[in-house]
Design a protein around this ligand. Structure first.
Ligand code: TXA
Ligand code: MG
Length: 314
């Protein structure tokens, strides 16, 4: 049985699972999260596989306190004021990633930003302090279903796809955190939540509220903010043509890099963004040719991202 009551023994077991690259669902004050060690690419890839998402969305990285953020992102005075006012609590801050950010690229879905939040829940706090690593955690529901506010919701939605579900009772807030973008000079709410624009404006001054398509960083209108390779991309390539860098999957003799030589989709997802960046070198190559990736499971999300990267650019 993978659903256990929140106690010291369960948290110790969850800590071991997360350090080992597994998935643990844990309660926060907003909704239950589906957590993985944010610094392990394959663990983060398993989140997308378990949720059955057909595309990569950037994930919120949970931290034990403000001091953990310095290693991940660039923080400014607005960050200091907002965290003093609202952390721990349901406010997620989107910041510019540091170049040496230890979190997997997959957490940011290839963006140059990273979303961070300090949850106000003793179980989430105990877990973060036990693992001593930031935890990537979207809401613990299958793609397209509603966010879970009880451990039983997680079990019903994800079942055995998660290694352990920690039952900490009902979530107090029951609505996902407010997501606030601090990467630009004017702060902007990307997702409304219980911390309102007026409350935020009282701390840092005027705030934009972004609605609809503009708020979704993976929507076509926001593609420019994603990392797009400078080199042209050719998909479903069975070999490299002269001047091309071949990005392999499975057995691909002569590949410049291989997403997963053992044809493991989770490994491929974990490598995708870093390998695209590594091969995007016009001094060495004219184009990037990518081996076929099966269009099943997390392969759907990999192919979605590759199609966007290969799409004609304006
Ligand atoms: O309350 C919550 O925020 C819950 C609990 C578990 O903490 N988590 C949650 O995560 O709702 P998720 O993955 O379901 O929603 C994350 C939201 C999405 O709207 C995503 O687009 C946005 O945060 N987001 C994450 N990283 C971002 C980034 N780098 N830039 C812009 N938006 C980002
Ligand atoms: Mg969600």
């Amino acid at each position: 049985m993978n659903l256990q009551p929140a106690n010291a023994e369960t948290i110790a077991a969850a800590t071991r699972i997360l350090r080992g690259g597994g998935l643990v669902s844990f309660p926060t004050e907003t909704v239950y999260g589906l957590g993985a060690d944010a610094t392990q690419g394959q663990a983060v890839a398993r989140i997308f596989a378990a949720k059955g998402r057909p595309s990569f969305n950037p994930l919120i990285v949970h931290v034990a306190d403000q001091t953990w953020v310095a290693a991940l992102a660039h923080c400014d005075a607005r960050f200091d004021k907002l965290t003093q006012a609202f952390w721990p609590g349901p406010l997620t801050l989107v910041l510019r990633r540091r170049d040496d950010c230890p979190a997997s690229d997959l957490v940011s879905a290839g963006l140059d930003s990273i979303a961070v939040r300090m949850p106000d829940h003793p179980v989430a706090q105990a877990l973060l302090r036990g693992v001593e690593r930031p935890l990537a955690a979207p809401s613990a529901n299958a793609s397209g279903s509603i966010s879970p506010t009880l451990a039983a919701h997680v079990r019903d939605s994800l079942g055995q796809k998660v290694d352990l579900i920690i039952d900490g009772g009902a979530c107090r807030v029951g609505l996902e955190s407010t997501v606030l973008d601090l990467t630009k000079s004017t702060a902007a709410i990307l997702r409304p939540g219980t911390i309102t624009a007026a409350q935020i404006a009282a701390v840092i001054g005027p705030v934009d509220v972004i609605t609809g398509d503009q708020a979704a960083p993976t929507s076509p209108g926001q593609l420019a903010s994603h990392y797009a390779p400078g080199l042209p991309m050719r998909l479903n390539a069975a070999e490299a043509r002269p001047g091309e860098a071949w990005l392999g999957f499975g057995t691909c003799a002569g590949a410049a890099l291989n997403l997963s030589a053992r044809a493991d989709m989770v490994e491929a997802a974990a490598n995708l963004f870093a390998m695209m960046r590594a091969l995007d070198d016009s001094a060495r190559y004219k184009a990037i040719a990518v081996a076929p990736i099966p269009d099943v499971g997390i392969g759907l999300a990999i192919n979605d991202r590759l199609k966007r990267a290969a799409a004609p650019r304006p």
